[in-house]
Design a binder for this molecule. Structure first.
Ligand code: ADP
Ligand code: MG
Ligand code: MG
Length: 217
């Protein structure tokens, strides 16, 4: 895939933004089943700010460049998006960014991404007080982390490892339709959300799939 010159982090966030823009209505509809219906709008607003911040940082494609851009992007996302998912997605980006930033001028590999995503998962659990099985974005993030780690161990190139991880996240996001909610606003409605996937798990899977297309093959 030809680089557009903004660095790999900016390209990843722009691809993620395009994916959530295409699904803004559907994400709002899913959030409205048991929440307040603002997830599509919130995540589009947040990712617009995040992508702009990453592009302004004018980074290259090394892990430390991508890390620095993601640190700025995560802060911008949290400020712009608001809501539960704004804080959690902002933290997700800053944690992945922090992990990559430590790697210096090395390229972005699956071996670097796997522990960074693992640390981000732990941070999101801690901030939100959540766990897997509660019908949230964590139900998509856990299989993303696990599948990425499996492929990193075999030395897979980043695009292949991330594609497999994004496919696992997508299956898991779909499977949240069968779960009663236990977290966030949706918890008060409990089983009423059965048959509908979680909005945050769905947006996480959409973003993950988009990002696979910008990583090195
Ligand atoms: P808000 O609930 O503030 O309106 P959004 O609608 O943008 O925020 O995001 C809702 C999504 O955030 C949910 O679908 C869920 O995936 C995720 N979420 C909410 N609370 C938590 C939490 N404590 N831990 C993990 N994810 C959460
Ligand atoms: Mg909402
Ligand atoms: Mg809200």
């Amino acid at each position: 895939r030809p680089r557009t010159g903004g660095g790999v982090a900016a390209e990843a966030l722009e691809a993620a933004l395009a994916a959530v823009e295409d699904n803004e209505q559907e994400l709002g509809r899913l959030d409205a089943v048991a929440g307040d219906g603002d997830h599509g709008q919130g995540i589009v607003r947040g990712l617009r700010a995040a992508a702009a911040a990453a592009r302004r940082s004018d980074p290259g494609n090394s892990a430390e460049d991508a890390g620095r851009a993601l640190l700025l992007a995560g802060t911008a996302l949290a400020d712009a998006a608001g809501g539960a998912s704004g804080a959690l997605y902002g933290l997700l980006l800053t944690e992945i960014g922090g992990g990559l930033a430590e790697a210096g001028p090395a390229p972005v590999t699956a071996k670097l991404l796997a522990p960074a995503v693992g640390a981000a998962f732990d941070a999101v659990c801690e901030l939100g007080g959540g766990a897997v099985g509660e019908k949230t974005m964590l139900d998509a993030l856990a299989p993303l982390r696990d599948t990425l780690a499996e492929h990193a161990r075999t030395g897979a190139p980043p695009a292949a490892a991330w594609s497999a991880a994004a496919a696992a996240a997508t299956d898991a996001a779909r499977a949240t339709a069968d779960m009663p909610a236990k977290r966030g606003r949706a918890a008060r409605l409990g089983e009423r959300g059965l048959g509908h996937a979680d909005a945050g798990a769905t947006s996480l899977a959409l973003m993950a799939q988009a990002v696979a297309g910008v990583l090195d093959t």
